[in-house]
Design a protein around this ligand. Structure first.
Ligand code: NAP
Length: 245
């Protein structure tokens, strides 16, 4: 049974991805910065008959929280097959390059980039024990530098600096991580779930969490011939998903 850790899995896309990975027959560890919300998510999944699940307290902005979660998981297993770096924030407004403050940038980067660095580095040796380790970094097509530089792109005028720059940085982290692991069985990709209705966007998204979760789960489960070091956004490229950085 594949063992999976998903950060920020107590609700939204992370929770739905957990549900789908359980349906794929995996054992899932729900990372949640709130113990209560993590336990509630586990109870909801168990009530649906999905029992191979537990919660771990995990705040990605705290090195101590990540260390304790790593210790706790390490006491129960000596292998992790899948890490889904899903926890993310957008901070709200203002997002623009002239208005968003340095403190706002720090907060968003602390979760969306440094959080991924903390968790990935803490769990990499457990992932290296897997025969087919997979890392999915949950990104956003709205962080593509290429698309944002193309005046013909339909969202060209939808500009922001704060949240997209954190995901663009995450994309670069993904490229380097995939490169560092290129001679191993690892598959490492940045995957956009689509514009999905969650608390994240006050439920203005046009897609469902089921659609978003399916996109993430697909790259968490890809076989040995699957891509690595790619930026995947199926709304941009419905065939391969491959999207310009
Ligand atoms: P959501 O419903 O707001 O869920 C975000 C999750 O991240 C929650 O579980 C939240 O925990 C958790 N989280 C936030 N900060 C955390 C921290 N410091 N440590 C641990 N967990 C933390 O948002 P979502 O739409 O499901 O977003 C999930 C991911 O998809 C994010 O990375 C987001 O950037 C990405 N994404 C979303 C969309 C979209 O349209 N929704 C589009 C592109 C990419 P709490 O419950 O404790 O707040």
């Amino acid at each position: 049974m594949k063992k999976v850790l998903i950060t920020g899995a107590n609700k939204g896309i992370g929770f739905e991805t957990a549900r789908q990975m359980l349906q794929h027959g995996c054992y899932v560890c729900i990372g949640s910065r709130s113990v209560e919300n993590g336990r509630a998510a586990v109870e909801t999944l168990k009530a649906k008959g999905l029992s191979h699940v537990e919660a771990v307290e995990l705040d990605v902005t705290s090195s101590e929280s990540v260390r304790v979660a790593r210790e706790e998981i390490g006491r129960k297993t000596d292998v992790l097959d899948v890490l889904i770096n899903n926890a993310g924030i957008n901070w709200g407004m203002p997002q623009s390059s002239l208005e968003a403050s340095v403190d706002q940038f720090k907060q968003v980067f602390d979760t969306n980039l440094y959080g991924v660095v903390r968790v990935t580095q803490a769990f990499i040796n457990l992932l290296q024990k897997s025969a087919q380790p997979r890392i999915v970094n949950v990104s956003s097509s709205g962080s593509s530098l290429t698309l944002h530089s193309d005046p013909t792109w339909k969202y060209y005028s939808h500009k922001a600096a704060l949240y997209p720059s954190s995901k663009a940085a995450l994309n670069m982290y993904t490229i380097d991580l995939a490169y560092q692991l290129k001679d191993t069985p690892f598959k490492v990709n940045a995957v956009c779930p689509g514009f999905v209705a969650t608390d994240f966007n006050n439920h203005r998204g046009t897609g469902t969490v089921q659609e978003g979760g399916t996109r993430i789960a697909k790259y968490a489960m890809i076989g040995p011939d699957g891509p690595s070091g790619k930026f995947i956004a199926e709304e941009y490229n419905p065939q391969t998903g491959e999207t310009p950085w």
